[in-house]
Design a binder for this molecule. Structure first.
Ligand SMILES: C[S@@+](CC[C@H](N)C(=O)[O-])C[C@H]1O[C@@H](n2cnc3c(N)ncnc32)[C@H](O)[C@@H]1O
Length: 318
């Protein structure tokens, strides 16, 4: 199947390996550019290391995409359906997508909310967007060896503003944040542009509780969580915008396969797929980054596209 991420290796049983060999997670990266730092971190440090390394590596991808104008194209795709001035960006990462959305919206009244679990990504987003770094809301609770749990610290919601960043975990109940977001309802759009999890996440208790053993299953879970945000917060006729990386040389077939995959989301909430556009792009070729497919795999060989799926909210069907 062309649908990615292709990280199907069982994260819980993955062996360690030679630093200069390929990482057994099948990312297509060298072990030293991928899982090594997390595998070698102490139990106390594993979460911090996982988040920091992910934020740094994703910076390579996001910077590369930004130079290609990809974020601007995604914002334009959304704005061709609605003038989105109140938006929740799920998994906002380092803020390149939010910055493109803010730019597309131009002057006037806005509310752009960026949510992410990774404080290092949020700190980078805050610098980029010129807002304060959000407070840490998720506290690590040690369990056994490397396994950890996360719990919310109450009373650390972000201050109001035109651009608001907040730490949350989509897979954990967060009624305090939900209440804050819903006060500003309705939103024009919820966006989820590219998904992915840091390598320490495999030690997070919630992964076992939810039986998530691969990046792909984690993405499915976060897609559903993002859809729930959209169903609760977006106005009737507003947009849920999901972007995923796909690859293939037969564009017609790839479009059909992708439409089938993303279209399946519509059976889980009050949304209809309005348009799917495949935007050609290139991946950064070297160095620490977030990989998308094993060397020599069909993904690595094929043309790459950002699959930009626009769903329309139909609250009457909810
Ligand atoms: C591939 S990055 C994409 C970032 C951004 N949307 C972009 O396009 O540049 C995925 C982001 O989703 C965040 N993320 C993944 N799982 C999450 C979860 N369960 N809760 C909150 N954020 C999550 C990660 O921390 C990461 O910053």
């Amino acid at each position: 199947m062309a649908w990615i991420l292709l990280l199907e290796a069982d994260l819980f049983t993955m062996p360690t390996t030679d630093p200069d060999g390929f990482c057994p997670c099948e990312s297509g990266l060298l072990y030293r550019d991928c899982h090594q730092a997390v595998r070698e971190a102490s139990p106390e440090d594993v979460l911090d290391v996982g988040r920091r390394v992910y934020a740094d590596r994703w910076g390579t991808n996001a910077g590369f995409y930004e130079k290609q104008g990809l974020y601007r194209k995604l914002a334009d795709h959304l704005f061709s359906f609605t003038r989105a001035t109140k938006v929740i960006d799920i998994g906002c990462g380092r803020g390149e997508g939010l910055a493109a959305l803010v730019e597309a919206a131009g002057a006037g009244a806005h509310l752009f909310v960026g949510l992410d679990e990774n404080p290092d990504c949020l700190a980078a987003a805050a610098r980029r967007l010129g807002v304060g770094t959000p407070d840490t809301r998720l506290r690590r609770v040690g369990l056994d060896q490397r396994e950890y749990d996360l719990e919310f610290v109450p009373g650390r919601l972000p201050a109001p503003g035109r651009i608001v960043l907040a730490q949350t975990d989509l897979l954990r109940q967060d009624p305090e944040l939900d209440e804050l977001l819903l006060v500003a309802r309705p939103y024009d759009a919820v966006t989820q542009w590219f998904s992915g999890m840091h390598s320490a996440r495999e030690h997070d208790r919630i992964m076992k509780d939810m039986q998530i053993g691969s990046d792909r299953v984690h993405r499915m879970a976060t897609d559903l969580a993002a859809l729930e945000y959209a169903a609760n917060a977006v106005r009737d006729g507003g947009i849920f915008h999901v972007v995923t990386r796909v690859a293939g040389d037969d564009v017609r077939l790839l479009r059909e396969d992708t439409a089938e995959e993303v279209g399946a989301l519509a059976s889980h909430g009050p949304i209809t797929l309005e348009e799917l556009v495949l935007l050609p792009y290139t991946e950064p070729p070297l160095g620490p980054r977030i990989g998308v497919g094993a060397p020599g795999s069909s993904y690595a060989a094929k043309s790459k596209f950002a699959a930009s799926a626009i769903f329309r909210l139909d609250q009457s069907s909810a």
